[in-house]
Design a protein around this ligand. Structure first.
Ligand SMILES: Nc1nc2c(ncn2[C@@H]2O[C@H](COP(=O)(O)OP(=O)(O)OP(=O)(O)O)[C@@H](O)[C@H]2O)c(=O)[nH]1
Ligand SMILES: [Mg+2]
Length: 426
């Protein structure tokens, strides 16, 4: 990681298990484990993990005064510089806890935002993260004040939770932040418009779009690499990919598709991030097919699947055709792999099952495209331009006529049928 020479933040993790928080809000061992992975991804080191059970959260201290004292003990004994809560804290709870514990306090949402800030590379990614950070910051402005005064405005490097909008921006009032948010929205709108234009162009070409979605670390980037021979970084860390990457994939000799890798999902994903990343995830709405990549080697895969399903629903993409891709099958015994329609087991790493997946994609999307040879009279030469736009032209020979071999969609076939002389070689 980037932070090898720097001192890593030592972090105490705290989770509250409470029935009133509901399935998405409450903390358990597996969610604490995931939080640990997030801390490592952010460059920190976990020194202790504490779980508290309560009927309901304490309005002031969230976990109760007694537990706060215990946490403090752990902080002192392990020389931790930060306490991270697995649950969402209210701005006032965060303020109170920071005061009581005397170290920086973050919640899961703040931590994920920080990782996103670290990862975002493109202008669009940065805009999206910045928007989410300001939205998160706004209600916490007063609470953040004290510790932000201690830190100089930092971005990129520095302790967890300090990357992003620095002190100078925060000195100004809420109105300034509101203006900033409005500006970021405008900029993202522009990004969205450009995306729309690219999409229109693609739709004209009628190249179907396949979007890869799934829980973070499920193997989405590895799958795209395996399918298309691309070299997208794939790493065993959470939220490795933030920017959508698209590649062309030849599914069969009559079908090309565009495949897009997307940002991973996670439980308790900050809603500010979902909103900010809508421009990226908008790809989903316009996709012709979703590949939902599921890491079957994770003991949590069923829960992770539910989280992804819920987010697909929230993004209004649940009516799309979908293939559930059970990935990392090389790590589990074949007998536990699920079977059924629209389910395929693969290993994105070894390539096992990829042929089956391609066949399934082909079956879903190949709507009767055919390879034909056309004999165009020279006075119809203009049609060649149209063919280059609407079909996949493979060969052109100029003899008595212009002989064009091309893969055409049914629509194009209808328009050029009178020039078709030889039927397709199946
Ligand atoms: N054994 C095994 N490992 C895999 C397989 N597919 C992916 N991995 C590993 O799982 C880790 C995550 O893979 P990625 O492709 O980066 O996952 P991702 O879904 O793109 O993750 P994010 O972009 O972080 O959301 C990497 O260490 C991969 O090498 C597989 O089929 N088998
Ligand atoms: Mg990835």
């Amino acid at each position: 990681m980037e932070q090898t020479q720097e001192k890593r933040d030592l972090v105490v993790l705290v989770g509250l298990n409470s029935p009133v928080l509901g399935r998405d809000g409450t903390a358990d061992d597996s969610s604490m484990e995931e939080l640990s992975a997030l801390v490592e991804t952010a460059g920190g080191e976990v020194t202790a993990i504490l779980l508290q059970n309560r009927d309901k959260p304490d309005p002031r201290t969230f976990i109760g005064e007694g537990k706060v004292a215990e946490v403090q003990l752990y902080v002192e004994n392990t020389e931790a510089t930060m306490v991270i809560f697995d649950n969402d804290l209210s701005p006032s709870q965060m303020r109170v806890l920071t005061g009581l514990l005397g170290v920086q306090v973050l919640d899961r949402c703040g931590l994920i935002l920080d990782i996103f800030a670290q990862r975002a590379k493109t202008r669009e990614g940065r805009l999206q993260v910045e928007l989410a950070q300001y939205q998160y910051l706004l209600p916490r402005l007063v609470g953040m004040w004290t510790h932000l005064e201690r830190q100089a405005g930092t971005s990129g490097k520095g302790p967890i939770g300090s990357r992003g909008p620095g002190e100078t921006q925060l000195e100004t009032d809420r109105r300034h932040i509101h203006r900033k948010i409005a500006k970021l929205r405008e900029d993202l709108e522009e990004v969205r418009r450009v995306r729309g234009t690219q999409r229109d162009r693609r739709q004209k070409n009628e190249i179907p779009v396949v979007a890869i979605v799934g829980y973070t670390n499920a193997g989405k980037s590895t799958l795209l690499n395996q399918l298309t021979g691309a070299a997208i970084p794939a790493n065993n860390r959470l939220f490795d990919t933030l920017e959508t990457t698209s590649r062309l994939l030849s599914v069969s000799d009559t079908l090309d598709v565009v495949v897009s890798d997307t940002v991973g999902f996670i439980r308790k994903l900050p809603h500010q991030l979902v909103e900010a990343f809508k421009a990226t995830l908008e790809e989903l709405e316009y996709a012709d097919l979703l590949l939902h990549v599921i890491d079957v080697s994770s003991p949590e895969w069923q829960q992770q699947t539910q989280v992804v399903e819920a987010l697909i629903h929230e993004l209004g993409a649940d009516q799309l055709p979908r293939i559930n891709v059970f990935n990392k099958s090389d790590l589990v015994g074949g007998d536990i792999l699920p079977h059924g329609e629209d389910i395929v087991s693969v290993s994105a790493k070894t390539g096992q099952g990829i042929g089956d997946l391609l066949a399934m994609i082909g079956k879903r999307l190949d709507k009767g495209s055919r390879r034909v040879t056309l004999h165009l009279p020279y006075d119809k030469g203009g049609l060649l331009d149209a063919l280059y736009r609407e079909a996949k032209v493979e060969q052109v020979d100029y003899s008595d006529t212009i002989d064009v071999t091309a893969v055409c969609t049914p629509k194009t076939l209808g328009q050029v049928s009178q020039w078709i002389e030889s039927k397709p070689q199946e």
